[in-house]
Design a protein around this ligand. Structure first.
Ligand SMILES: Cc1cc2nc3c(=O)[nH]c(=O)nc-3n(C[C@H](O)[C@H](O)[C@H](O)COP(=O)(O)O)c2cc1C
Length: 330
């Protein structure tokens, strides 16, 4: 009886929809990813911290906490504050430094099926280059992600990612030094994202990722003091999603290199919006703090959607239609 039912179901599947296995793998900057879902820098430690919570081998990539040439202690507490639908953070880029990363963190990461992307930052162009030169020795690194939302202390503290000339300078120097492909992570705190996307592309970026956090602040009205010791902090989480989605869409329109979408993704539906807008892959950030299995649910949800719509991921990317629902075909 059970066998007959199973045979009937199989026949129905063949008759009706037919068998279809969607492909959700992607290639970005010459690297093959088993799926388009990555964990965002600074929200997933060095990967190993999450090994007891989820199957890391299922992820498209792990992007590790920002690494600098020398270790950094970060800012004093309080450095995190929960907001409506998001969080503010001013961790201050605390990290173990490039040498310790190679010795203590990378050996675990290279055992995984997930790709390993190392997020790099500095406070001068020389810092970025020095960090990359150390990391170039790392077997198992698949790409660098350059965090350019940092002030250039040699240039009056102007944030690299808010000045097109500084963006070009740091990207060109990093690209020259880098042994692995270079993904440039753009700041959203600019008036025209296209200018920065094109500057990074012109300077040799292999791909872009965006967005980093939006500069914000919060005040305790009883003490009339800032909620975060640094005064200003980066806003992330669902609160930023619509703005981040718009920026990602505009960046995809401005350049030919692949774009990776980041900002407030908590579900497959969120991720699908970015992919339809033109992102080739996405990153999950803040959601890792309260729901560490978010990335796995996003992978499953993207596959289910592709199956339901009988699409391979490549057919979905950038498939945004014009005109709103009701103004033509849905
Ligand atoms: C606590 C925290 C630490 C972060 N650290 C880094 C970092 O070291 N380097 C970096 O490029 N981005 C860092 N980010 C930014 C995230 O990678 C991501 O771009 C941002 O949070 C937006 O995505 P989300 O809304 O999904 O969190 C950090 C974000 C948070 C919340």
């Amino acid at each position: 009886m059970a066998k007959a039912k199973a045979r009937k179901l199989k026949l129905e599947a063949q008759d009706g929809e037919g068998e279809f296995t969607p492909r959700i793998d992607v290639e970005i900057a010459g690297i093959h990813f088993q799926n388009p879902v990555m964990t965002a820098s600074g929200t997933f430690g060095y990967g190993q911290e999450f090994a007891h919570l989820i199957d890391l081998n299922r992820l498209g990539a792990i992007i590790v906490k920002g690494i600098s040439a020398d270790p950094l202690p970060g800012n004093p507490a309080p450095r995190i504050y929960e907001t409506e639908a998001g969080m503010l953070n001013a961790i201050g880029l605390q990290n173990v430094g490039a040498c310790t990363f190679l010795e203590e963190k990378l050996p675990f990461l290279r055992t995984l099926k997930a790709r390993c992307i190392v997020n790099v930052f500095g406070y001068s162009t020389e810092d970025y280059v020095r960090c990359i030169e150390i990391l170039n020795a790392g077997e198992g690194i698949d790409a660098y992600e350059l965090n350019i939302s940092c002030p250039n202390t040699r240039c009056g503290g102007i944030v690299y990612g808010s000045d097109p000339k500084l963006t070009e300078e740091v990207v060109a120097a990093s690209k020259r030094a880098a042994r692995f492909p270079l993904i440039v992570k753009l700041s959203p705190n600019v008036t025209d994202i296209g200018v920065f996307a094109r500057a990074a592309e012109a300077a040799g970026a292999d791909a872009l990722s965006l967005v980093n956090t939006f500069v914000g602040m919060a005040i305790d009205i009883e003490t009339r003091r800032p909620r975060i010791s640094n005064l200003t902090a980066g806003l992330s989480g669902p609160a930023i999603k619509p703005v981040a989605l718009r920026l990602v869409y505009q960046a995809t329109q401005a350049v030919r290199i692949p774009v990776i979408g980041i900002g407030g993704i908590t579900s497959a539906e969120d991720a699908l919006e970015y992919l339809i807008a033109g992102a080739q892959a996405i990153q999950v950030g803040t959601a890792n703090f309260y729901s560490p299995d978010t990335s796995l649910r996003v992978i499953d949800g993207i596959r289910d959607y592709c199956l339901r719509h009988r699409l391979h991921l490549a057919q979905l990317i950038g498939s945004l239609k014009h005109g709103v629902n009701g103004a033509g075909e849905h």
